[in-house]
Design a protein around this ligand. Structure first.
Ligand code: FEO
Length: 173
């Protein structure tokens, strides 16, 4: 059984993961609007992943006999000065999510909730990957600067990578 504090914190994280899905979808729409289909596809893939994160927490709350409380989801930002600014927002968002997961793990330790602490380790590892992948793209955008040719090439690269990832996921399903 989950403590009240743990349950509240997990429900808050569930809301944050749902917001993350919405956040990525908003940025996907920003890129799609500019015909940067590769960037858009990458962001759509992220939105799907975030929904998966939310569902993991949703299932876990039920598995521990808790009650899921769905709250209002904040409106995400849909306009950015540039693709670089959009990726800066993405990277900062992921750094914030990492902090939030760490706080949850701290709370699980405080509450002597070994099951939740173990459950959260998947998220701890996932955040390392999320920060690294967004930082790598952000760094490339910094190198590209204002070059439209560079942006076009990165768009193609991200599109190909998203298609490959989705193909792998479809094979697993
Ligand atoms: Fe669910 Fe990107 O953190």
């Amino acid at each position: 059984m989950l403590s009240e504090r743990m349950l509240k914190a997990l429900n808050e994280q569930l809301n944050k993961e749902l917001f993350s899905a919405y956040f990525y979808l908003g940025i996907a729409a920003y890129f799609k609007d500019r015909s940067l289909e590769g960037f858009a596809s990458w962001m759509e893939g992220q939105a799907e992943e975030e929904l998966g994160h939310a569902l993991r927490i949703y299932d876990y709350i039920f598995d521990r006999g808790g009650k899921v409380e769905l709250e209002r989801i904040e409106k995400p930002k849909g306009e950015f000065e540039s693709p670089l600014k959009a990726f800066e927002a993405v990277y900062l968002h992921e750094v914030g999510v990492t902090q939030s997961i760490f706080k949850l793990a701290d709370l699980a330790r405080e509450e002597n909730d070994h099951a939740t602490y173990n459950f959260l380790q998947w998220f701890v590892e996932e955040q390392v990957e999320e920060e690294a992948s967004t930082k790598a793209i952000l760094d490339k955008l910094k190198i590209i600067g204002g070059s439209s040719q560079g942006l076009f090439m990165l768009d193609r690269e991200l599109g190909a990578r998203s298609a490959q990832l989705r193909g792998l996921l479809a094979q697993k399903a």
